[in-house]
Ligand binder design. Structure first.
Ligand code: SF4
Ligand code: SF4
Ligand code: SF4
Length: 322
């Protein structure tokens, strides 16, 4: 790419990034904020949704280059699931949805509950507000997505996410072309609620595949109303409506989430079900987000241009090799 074209593209991309941060223009068609409802009394833990997610997203999974460049400082560890792609009992870069199971005693009886886990798609997501490179962002339809073309894998999104959802794969992405020993360490991956399908008027693959109709998608206010009606009907409990200031993933369970949280296995790639305060409600994080936003917008624009140059280079190489 010529120098002048480079700066012209950077300018246009910067303006686009800035426009993305601005409120919707009056002439734009309103986009509805969508949420999903999980009726946990219906989920039988069959895993059809997990399989469907893996099939639907297989061509977006990372293909890392090995050996990985050594990182500085050396305490930065490579994270590599490329030889363990079949792991499906936790979140990984190759598994964006898994089923958590719990057996609890409640009201004098034993109850088994299965909880499909993935990104919660928060209404005010710290992963997007605090990403220093503008790679994570929230869309008006309520989806929170990470742009794998420009993510450098520094994992800020995971460290600020109250459920530590995004998962890193080393040896892939733009950091390899920039500063492989210093900048980030790969790319972060997570559920984007099948954004491409949604944009074409479809539904996420996991919802389509569920034989029990355990999950529903719709405008958030309708989903919240349905969740409350369902909770009243089953004398149950709600998780996700207010956690982290509100999310677009609402679970309704026949047993309290405190009990589920004690019973499920948690740890790396296995998120908890405990109470969560609004991370972006703290003054400290609001200031950090306000300071990061303009820098992140410009960084995202620059990285987009670099990503474009990278794919041009790869196409040329393929042309020569082919
Ligand atoms: S759950 Fe975590 S990764 Fe998902 S939108 Fe919320 S903060 Fe971001
Ligand atoms: S919405 Fe799409 S990406 Fe997210 S868990 Fe379901 S199938 Fe996977
Ligand atoms: S496909 Fe439906 S019933 Fe099966 S594990 Fe997923 S949500 Fe539960």
């Amino acid at each position: 790419m010529k120098r002048r074209t480079f700066f012209k593209t950077l300018g246009a991309a910067g303006m686009a990034a800035a426009a993305g941060a601005m409120p919707a223009a009056a002439s734009e068609a309103p986009v509805q904020e969508l949420a999903t409802l999980f009726d946990l009394s219906r989920c039988i833990g069959c895993g059809a949704c997990v399989e469907a997610c893996r099939e639907a997203n297989a061509d977006r999974y990372p293909e890392p280059k090995k050996p990985f460049p050594p990182m500085l400082p050396p305490r930065v560890n490579a994270e590599d699931f490329s030889d363990r792609r079949d792991v499906d009992d936790r979140l990984t870069p190759y598994n964006w949805l898994y089923i958590q199971s719990a057996v609890v005693q409640y009201n004098g009886r034993e109850v088994e509950v299965n909880v499909p886990r993935r990104c919660m798609h928060c209404q005010n997501p710290p992963c997007a507000a605090l990403c220093p490179w503008g790679a994570a962002h929230r869309l008006k339809n309520g989806v929170v997505s990470i742009d794998s073309e420009i993510c450098l894998g520094g994992a800020k999104c995971r460290s600020v996410c109250p459920w530590s959802i995004p998962q890193r794969q080393t040896g892939v992405g733009l950091y390899l072309d920039l500063l492989p020993r210093y900048a980030g360490n790969g790319v972060m991956y997570k559920c984007d609620r099948c954004l491409a399908r949604l944009e074409q008027g479809g539904v996420p693959a996991c919802i389509e595949a569920c034989p029990e109709n355990a999950q529903t998608i719709g405008p958030r206010d309708e989903i919240v109303a349905k969740a409350h009606a369902l909770a009243r009907e089953m004398n149950g409990f709600i998780y996700g409506e207010h956690e982290n200031g509100g999310t677009n993933t609402i679970y309704v369970s026949p047993v309290p989430f405190e009990l589920l949280n004690q019973a499920v296995e948690t740890g790396k790639g296995r998120p908890h079900l405990g109470p969560v305060k609004d991370v972006m409600g703290s003054d400290d994080n609001l200031v950090k987000a306000a300071l990061a936003a303009p820098v992140a917008g410009v960084a995202a624009a620059f990285l987009k241009v670099r990503a474009g140059m990278r794919s041009e280079g790869e196409d040329e190489k393929e042309g020569r090799d082919g």
